[in-house]
Design a protein around this ligand. Structure first.
Ligand code: NAD
Ligand code: UDP
Ligand code: UDP
Length: 311
């Protein structure tokens, strides 16, 4: 089986490529290295079953593969708002090209969608039947609406061309190989704590997220891809343990032993106040649930950043 991973050099993609190689597949990573580098792949570049291609998914791609995981897209607010037009193009043109490819070679294709399709949700926790509460013209819209349009394209290719699709709605995921400067809260707090710099809490810190460790997420994506063809999703994947940003900051201080102070900064525009996945569907159909608790996942992530900052 030859598996294509777009965004393969990114945080999630690099873990997914390693897992697919360990499972015995041939793996092709396609990435334009916009938010990543080949260094994320250094542990697998020598594997003869692995190939790293530099390519932008906004342009057509002709390769012969059996399965496609479509992860290519900047994922952190700082990165996806840097060039918002390009973000929408990556989600939409990228989806069209990868769906066209899947159609031609009869490949099964999985889309890395996101909890952001729910926007700033009015329903809590979010289950897959909720249509969301998204500002279509705000600064997050390039990402949210791009991902929503990609979902539309996946379901239309499924209905119109009988493509085998899997739409995974990924909630906040963290772990080693996160980009240290992409502004996401887990990497920010850990790097700040290790550098004895103040931890930046946006707003009053009472907004919530639910953080899933990367190994759990990769396991979910692989199980979903391998599942019965009738199971298209959309399906939520994430950890249902909800936590406030203040609680996260206190955990990071405790686990790093840092004496950093907390500083408060304004809440970004359209920042969701509460987010927690309902993962009943994944539990029922895939027998999947996250195994790694927040403290254990943070310890592994802290060890990674400690090593990176010492380099
Ligand atoms: P990431 O930024 O580390 O990885 C994204 C990868 O896509 C990078 O390697 C980047 O260079 C590549 N890329 C961007 N535009 C491209 C283009 N036009 N052509 C080819 N490659 C391109 O982010 P991540 O956290 O690993 O996210 C991976 C996927 O999972 C994204 O689609 C993201 O939307 C989704 N997701 C992630 C999270 C999370 O918490 N990490 C949550 C929800 C959804
Ligand atoms: N495409 C691709 N690789 C392929 C097949 C198609 O990148 O192996 C692209 C192609 O450039 C097209 C898009 O996917 O723009 C959608 O393909 P589809 O066949 O669905 O539509 P059409 O070619 O009819 O526009
Ligand atoms: N956040 C924070 N301090 C930071 C970075 C982020 O308090 O240094 C907050 C942010 O406002 C949001 C939450 O942490 O409420 C999660 O932010 P992140 O960018 O990691 O993910 P997303 O907002 O996309 O869920």
């Amino acid at each position: 089986m030859t598996v294509l991973v777009t965004g393969g050099a990114g945080f999630l993609g690099s873990h997914l490529c390693a897992r697919l190689l360990a499972d015995g597949g041939d793996v092709v990573s396609v990435d334009n290295y916009f938010t990543s580098s080949r260094r994320n792949l250094s542990h697998i570049l020598d594997n003869p079953r692995f190939e790293a291609m530099r390519h932008d998914v906004c342009f057509p791609l002709y390769v012969e593969v059996d399965r496609i995981y479509n992860l290519a897209c900047p994922a952190s607010p700082i990165h996806y708002q840097h060039d918002p037009v390009q973000t929408t193009k990556t989600s939409v043109h990228g989806a069209i090209n990868m769906l066209g490819l899947a159609k031609r070679v009869h490949a099964r294709i999985l889309q890395a969608s996101t909890s952001e399709v729910y926007g700033d949700p009015l329903v809590h926790p979010q289950d897959e039947s909720y249509w969301g509460h998204v500002n279509p013209i705000g600064p997050r819209a390039c990402y949210d609406e791009g991902k929503r349009c990609a979902e539309t394209l996946f379901f239309d290719y499924h209905r119109q061309h009988r493509l085998e699709i899997k739409v995974a709605r990924i909630f906040n995921t963290y772990g080693p190989r996160m980009h240290p400067n992409d502004g996401r809260v887990v990497s920010n707090f850990i790097v700040q704590a290790l550098q004895q710099a103040p931890l930046t809490i946006f707003g009053d810190g009472m907004q919530t997220r639910s953080f899933c460790y990367v190994d759990d997420m990769v396991g979910a994506l692989v199980a979903f891809m391998d599942s019965n063809a009738a199971l298209t999703g959309p399906m939520n994947f994430g950890n249902a343990d909800e936590t406030t940003m203040l609680d996260l900051a206190e955990r990071v201080l405790r686990l790093t032993g840092s004496r950093s102070k907390l500083v408060f900064a304004p809440l970004p525009v359209d920042d969701p106040k509460q987010r927690c996945p309902d993962i009943a569907l994944a539990k029922r159909h895939l027998d999947w649930a996250p195994q790694v608790g927040l403290d254990d996942g943070l310890k592994a992530t802290i060890a990674y950043f400690r090593h990176e900052l010492d380099r």
